[in-house]
Design a binder for this molecule. Structure first.
Ligand code: PRE
Length: 258
């Protein structure tokens, strides 16, 4: 996928192929996080166990903010497939800007579900994928590092819904314009949903978790990620929020001429 060539980006088959590739990254990052305990202190704002001078937030927020500030200077958030968790704090790139041709509508960067993604990750995903429920003070840095990686990739996957939505809009403009004019959220949700594709994703994830989730030479060994949890995470969190992104993006689609 080449963001300098809009045609390659707004092709639903290419987008779905990219979503499949992201599954592998996300599974391996879940496995990396699964080596550690839940470590709830990492997520509690101003926790006494991880005091950060002059910062009002959790240790994870601090880590993610500083990572994003550096990445913004490396031009990360100019790319239309990247959405920052701290859009108001990031800096201008040190590298010269790339003039990407318009692919998404002009308001696309305002469709930002990262607060919701971070909350659901901490409240629901971390307890499912962690080794056990407890604290490991010596691993706070490793935990926050893994969390930043998982969150950035979940965010990219979920916000890819904008490309899916744009591709669907371009291929059935009349239908969507009518639904958008009527603010028909249910109708939009119905038309963006492809149950066969969703089922295939869940089937594939089950197989991937069976293979990657355990040492294949030691089937009795410790399970790092189970098919059950992976499917649950995708079915109840990743796909539904991707669809929310699609619907919000489409509801505003007539604001943009392009
Ligand atoms: O592939 C699509 O058509 C999408 O809209 C993406 C996605 C997903 O999140 O994977 C979401 C909704 C569809 O029902 C199927 C899959």
């Amino acid at each position: 996928m080449d963001f300098l060539k809009p045609d390659t980006v707004l092709n639903l088959q290419n987008i779905r192929a990219e979503l499949v590739k992201m599954e592998d990254t996300i599974i391996f990052q879940f496995i990396e996080r699964s080596h550690f305990a839940t470590c709830s202190s990492v997520y509690q704002p101003n926790h006494p166990g991880v005091s950060i001078p002059n910062f009002d937030g959790s240790f994870l927020d601090w880590a993610l903010l500083h990572l994003e500030i550096t990445h913004s200077q490396l031009r990360r958030f100019e790319s239309p497939d990247e959405t920052p968790f701290f859009p108001n704090e990031i800096l201008k790139p040190i590298l010269p800007s790339i003039n990407y041709p318009p692919i998404l509508a002009s308001y696309a960067s305002e469709v930002n579900y990262n607060d919701k993604i971070k909350k659901v990750y901490i409240d629901r995903i971390v307890p499912l994928i962690s080794k056990y429920d407890g604290d490991q003070k010596e691993n706070y840095g490793s935990v926050a590092t893994r969390d930043c990686e998982v969150l950035q990739n979940l965010s990219r996957r979920i916000h890819f819904g904008k490309f899916v939505a744009e591709a669907k809009f371009q291929s059935a403009k009349e239908l969507y314009i009518e639904l958008i004019k009527n603010k028909d959220v249910e109708g939009i949700m119905k038309h963006i949903t492809n149950s066969a594709v969703e089922e295939k994703i869940l089937e594939r994830l089950t197989k991937k978790a069976e293979v990657y989730g355990v040492d294949p030479t030691n089937k009795e060994g410790e399970r790092r990620i189970t098919p059950e949890y992976l499917v649950k995470i995708y079915k109840e969190i990743v796909i539904p929020i991707t669809k929310e992104v699609e619907v919000e993006y489409l509801l505003r689609r007539l604001e943009s001429d392009y």
